[in-house]
Design a binder for this molecule. Structure first.
Ligand code: AMP
Length: 280
């Protein structure tokens, strides 16, 4: 497994591999890798000849009040996980190379990114689209793999690829969960054992909402009432949003249509922000 830190070296390696007709798969991450990331890597390996994992804690997607400084950085652990899963190249650029002092160009999607997390994190998706556009230009992937866990991120990236005619296939991997259903996340390590217990309520609430929809309930209000009721059973949980939106544009729907929408939830568990979703 090769570890590349230089942008030029990454770009020239990819150009040379592409000229040999090899398909390149990219898994963009912020590191602190877990089984969720590993399943994205496995998907990338199935779909490409050369699998590249990028590891970069992207400052432009964090607001000043957020956890950029505390975000876990565990390169040795991450490299071992990548090696174990047969990654060919880890691309781990420095912040100064990605965003030199003179940096001034941003990519912004203006519809899909505005609701849900876009309300409480107004510049978050602008940071995400900017770093992904940069990574796509550096790594030149044929396929980029993202996780359904971040459903709005997937929809925003799909729209950017489409709007900017990027010649990239977007592959979406299912959410990998803990035994009690909590979506695996690098941020779960912030949770104390008591908080960790309450975090299981998020998937419980989503599953209850889904089971209503599966039983023919089409009323958005009825399903959201169920979800918020279950989340409300913990005094540590504060709901940021609980919405039913269409999968492609992330806009609120009036009525549940099976196969077309999802329940998306974000909440504070004390000081830890967690998100999750379930397809209906
Ligand atoms: P992150 O490192 O948290 O920015 O995530 C990098 C990629 O891994 C994103 O596409 C996430 O959606 C995906 N991911 C994170 N957690 C999970 C999970 N539990 N299951 C599947 N994919 C995940």
């Amino acid at each position: 497994m090769q570890v590349i830190r230089s942008i030029n070296e990454m770009q020239s390696t990819s150009i040379s591999n592409r000229s040999k007709g090899q398909l390149i798969g990219l898994v963009p991450t912020m590191g602190a890798l877990h089984e969720g990331h590993a399943s994205l890597i496995d998907t990338a390996k199935e779909k490409s000849d050369i699998t590249i994992v990028s590891i970069f804690v992207n400052p432009t997607q964090f607001a000043p009040s957020e956890d950029f400084q505390q975000y876990p950085r565990e390169l040795e652990h991450d490299l071992a996980l990548c090696e174990k899963h047969g990654v060919d190249i880890v691309f781990a650029p420095s912040e100064e190379d990605i965003y030199p002092k003179s940096y001034s160009t941003f990519v912004e999607e203006n519809v899909v990114s505005k609701g849900l997390c876009g309300i409480s994190r107004p510049n978050h998706f602008r940071g995400v689209t900017t770093i992904c556009a940069k990574l796509f230009n550096i790594v030149r992937p044929d396929v980029a793999v993202f996780g359904q866990k971040d459903a709005q991120q997937c929809a925003v990236i799909r729209k950017m690829i489409d709007d900017l005619q990027m010649p990239i296939e977007l592959a979406i991997s299912p959410t990998i969960r803990e035994e009690d259903g909590l979506a695996k996340s690098s941020r779960n390590q912030y949770l104390t054992p008591e908080q960790r217990k309450d975090a299981g309520l998020i998937f419980k609430a989503l599953s209850e909402g889904k089971s209503l929809a599966d039983n023919g309930v089409q009323s958005v209000d009825r399903i959201i009432a169920e979800v918020t009721h279950t989340l409300g059973t913990s005094r540590r949980l504060r709901i940021i949003y609980a919405s039913i939106v269409d999968k492609m544009m992330m806009q609120p729907v009036k009525e549940v249509k099976s196969g077309e929408c999802l329940i998306a939830v974000a909440c504070w568990l004390d000081q830890v922000r967690l998100i999750d979703n379930i397809e209906l």
